[in-house]
Design a protein around this ligand. Structure first.
Ligand SMILES: NC(=O)c1ccc[n+]([C@@H]2O[C@H](COP(=O)([O-])OP(=O)(O)OC[C@H]3O[C@@H](n4cnc5c(N)ncnc54)[C@H](OP(=O)(O)O)[C@@H]3O)[C@@H](O)[C@H]2O)c1
Length: 343
C-alpha cells in the first residue's frame, strides 16, 4: 500500500519511554520520520527507524533534515537503504551533524517487509511470492476443480494482508475459469487495488470475468498468444494487452516477468493453480512461499496439487525453504519460508 516506496516504521524514545510512533503513509508519502518530526523539537530523544533515512530532495525535504532540525540525539537504523541515491549517504549526513548513529541493528527483521525493494536494485525480475491453500494430502482442489474453501476464514483474512503487501496478483486461465476470483483487497478506504496479471495463451477468457473489472486505480496486465482478444477488450482502457508467442504450450514466464518489471510491477503474489506454480518454481523465479495447510483430506490422483508440471527428478536438486516460520490459523497451519534473500 506504500506504492513505489518501502514501508518504514519509526519510533521516538525519551528517558526509556516510547513517546511517538509512525509508519509510511499510503502511496509512500509522507515518510514515517516526516510524520514524527516535522516542525517539532525533541531534544535528547532517540529515534529508531527500520530503514536508513532518505537524504535526497524530492517533493518534500529529506528525512535527514527533519531529524537534524528536531535536535534528535541518537539514531538507531535497522538496515541501510539499498537505493543508490541514499545507500549510506543518509547515515553520513546525520553523523556530520554530530548525531550519534547506530546502523544495521536488526537487518533481517527490518528488510523482511521490504524485501521487494532490496530485490528491485539487484534483479531484472519482480519479487515473487507464491501463496496456496492445500489439504493435508497436498491437493489445491478436488478432482472436479472445487477449491472454495479449503482454508479457514482466518487464513483467508491473512491472504488479504498478503495482497496488501504486494503490488500485483497473478493467476492462470484455469483458476479464472473455475473460481472467477476478483483478487481484490476487501476494504473501501484504500486508494489503490493491487494490479492484476492474467495469463491466457489461447485468449479464451471474456471481459465479463471478475478479474477484468475496474475497482480503484489498478492496472490489469493481460498476456495472451491470441490476437482475437484485441476486439473483445477494446473498451477496457485499464486492461493492457501483451501478445506473446507460445513456448511449449505456455506463455514464456521469464519474458513475462521481465516485462512486468519494466512496467514497474515491483512485487507479485501468485495465487494460481498447480500449473502456473510449476512454471514459476521450475524457472527458479520464486522468492518466498506461503502454504496454508488445512487438516482435511481431498484425495484423487487427478486432483491438482500445489506444484504440478514435470517436477524435479533428483531430490538433491529440490528447492528447500530457508528461515521457515509456522503460523497457527484456526485449524490451519501456515508455513512460510524463503528460497532467495536480497539484503
Ligand atoms: N487452493 C488454492 O490455493 C488454489 C489457488 C488457485 C487455484 N486453485 C485451483 O486450481 C485449479 C486450477 O489449477 P491449474 O493448475 O489447472 O491451472 P492454473 O495454474 O490456474 O492455470 C494454468 C493455465 O495458465 C495458462 N498459462 C499461461 N502461461 C503459463 C505458464 N507460463 N505456465 C503455466 N501456465 C500458464 C495455461 O493456460 P492454457 O491451458 O489455456 O494453455 C495453463 O493451463 C482450479 O481448480 C482452482 O480452483 C486452488
Amino acid at each position: 500500500l506504500t506504492g513505489e516506496n518501502p514501508s518504514v516504521g519509526a519510533v521516538l524514545v525519551k528517558n526509556g519511554k516510547i513517546i511517538k510512533e509512525a509508519v509510511t503513509s499510503y502511496n509512500g508519502r509522507p515518510h514515517a520520520e516526516a510524520i514524527l518530526l516535522r516542525n517539532k523539537i525533541f531534544e535528547k530523544a532517540d529515534l529508531y527507524v527500520t530503514l536508513e533515512p532518505c537524504c535526497h530532495f524530492g517533493k518534500t525535504p529529506p528525512c535527514t533534515s527533519f531529524i537534524i532540525n528536531s535536535k534528535i540525539k541518537r539514531v538507531f537504523v535497522g538496515i541501510k537503504d539499498p537505493n543508490p541515491i541514499v545507500n549510506g549517504k543518509g547515515l553520513k549526513i546525520l553523523k556530520s551533524a554530530k548525531i550519534e548513529v547506530f546502523n544495521n541493528i536488526l537487518p533481517e527483521e527490518c528488510a523482511e517487509p521490504n524485501e521487494w525493494f532490496f530485490k528491485r536494485f539487484k534483479s531484472e525480475f519482480p519479487y515473487i511470492t507464491i501463496k496456496t491453500a492445500i489439504s493435508l494430502d497436498g491437493k489445491i482442489a478436488t478432482s472436479t476443480g472445487i477449491s472454495r474453501w479449503i482454508s479457514s476464514k482466518k487464513s483467508r483474512i491473512f491472504t488479504q494482508t498478503l495482497r496488501k503487501r504486494h503490488h500485483a496478483i497473478m493467476v492462470g486461465t484455469n483458476t479464472i475459469l473455475k473460481d472467477n476470483p476478483s483478487l481484490t483487497i476487501h476494504e473501501k478506504n484504500i486508494i489503490k487495488q493491487p494490479d492484476r496479471i492474467i495469463l491466457d495463451p489461447d485468449g479464451i477468457l471474456s471481459p465479463s470475468f471478475n478479474v477484468f473489472k475496474k475497482h480503484i486505480n489498478e492496472r490489469v496486465f493481460y498476456f495472451t498468444g491470441s490476437k482475437k482478444t484485441e476486439k473483445k477488450f477494446k473498451n477496457l482502457n485499464h486492461v493492457k494487452i501483451f501478445y506473446l508467442p507460445k513456448k511449449n504450450c505456455f506463455l514464456d514466464i521469464l519474458k513475462i516477468m521481465k516485462i512486468l518489471k519494466e512496467e514497474k510491477v515491483w512485487s507479485i503474489l501468485v495465487e494460481g493453480g498447480g500449473t502456473l506454480n510449476a512454471s514459476i518454481i521450475e524457472n527458479n523465479l520464486v522468492d518466498r512461499l506461503y502454504v496454508v495447510i488445512s487438516p482435511r483430506l481431498i484425495g484423487g490422483k487427478d486432483a491438482p496439487t500445489l506444484f504440478d508440471g514435470t517436477g524435479f527428478k533428483n531430490l538433491s536438486k529440490t528447492p528447500l525453504l530457508k528461515n521457515v516460520e509456522y503460523i497457527q490459523s484456526e485449524q490451519d497451519i501456515i508455513i512460510t519460508g524463503f528460497l532467495k534473500r536480497y539484503f
